[in-house]
Design a protein around this ligand. Structure first.
Ligand code: ADP
Length: 226
């Protein structure tokens, strides 16, 4: 569960709030689309969920954790429960598909045996079996995003944040990625997707939250693109 209670964020030096008294409730296993023009506050909202940034005021509770009571040393633990993917994939260019996915597990201290068990499962889930040894530059954009998704879900997070994941992809690859997000959601992961793609929003018929100038201006259960 993600709960925002009148959350505002004003960046240091800014005169206007980038997020202005946003209240929001996202239930476990929901699939939510967030839309809004560039600069409306979508990334700010996602960065508050991952605790990359702290709110200026208001309360945030994610998965039962009240961020007011969250010491900074527990933030890495929190982030294990939240996977994130981005428009530009953010893969390590000199590491293979397998190594990109394994990297975070190594850092977290997982044994080689556990890694050799976990990584092939997610590679299979995202449809990249056979490409384990490829480097990012040898893959299409859609395949790179699949690697990023595999990396994001390998620790079985409760929440997957997808920040404009189809922004660099053609329509076919965009739909492949959206279908994959729906599959991951059907396995029980909460998915929050930001997008500018009207066709995706209109075809998915999911909950759509529209942000404008840091405020939620609509929240519809089977929403369309405005
Ligand atoms: P979106 O993701 O919808 O494009 P953002 O959340 O990135 O919107 O930005 C919302 C507003 O906050 C914009 O006016 C942007 O310029 C401002 N902003 C975002 N990040 C920062 C930052 N680190 N410092 C100052 N202003 C920021």
């Amino acid at each position: 569960m993600i709960l925002f209670d009148r959350v505002s964020k004003t960046y240091p030096g800014a005169t206007e709030a980038s997020l202005d008294r946003v209240s929001l409730h996202i239930k476990p296993k929901e699939f939510v689309i967030i839309i809004g023009s560039s600069g409306s506050g979508k990334s700010t909202l996602l960065n508050l969920i991952t605790r990359e940034i702290k709110p200026t005021s208001g309360k945030i509770i994610v998965g039962g954790v009240d961020y007011d009571n969250l010491a900074d040393k527990y933030i890495p633990l929190l982030r294990r429960r939240i996977g994130t993917i981005f428009q530009d994939f953010k893969l390590l260019p000199h590491r293979t598909v397998f190594e990109n996915i394994a990297f975070g597990l190594e850092i977290a201290g997982m044994s080689n045996r556990e890694i050799r068990s976990a990584v092939p499962k997610v590679i299979d889930l995202v449809g990249l079996t056979g490409q384990e040894k490829a480097f990012p530059h040898q893959l299409s954009g859609g395949e790179r995003q699949r690697v990023a998704i595999a990396r994001a879900i390998v620790r079985q997070p409760k929440i997957l944040l997808a920040d404009e994941p189809t922004g660099n992809l053609d329509p076919k690859h965009s739909w492949d990625i959206v279908n994959l997000l729906e599959k991951i959601n059907s396995y029980g992961t909460t998915v929050i997707l930001t997008t500018h793609n009207a066709e995706i929003v209109n075809k998915l018929r999911r909950r759509v939250i529209t942000i404008d100038h840091g405020k939620i201006v609509s929240d519809e259960s089977e929403g369309t693109y405005r």
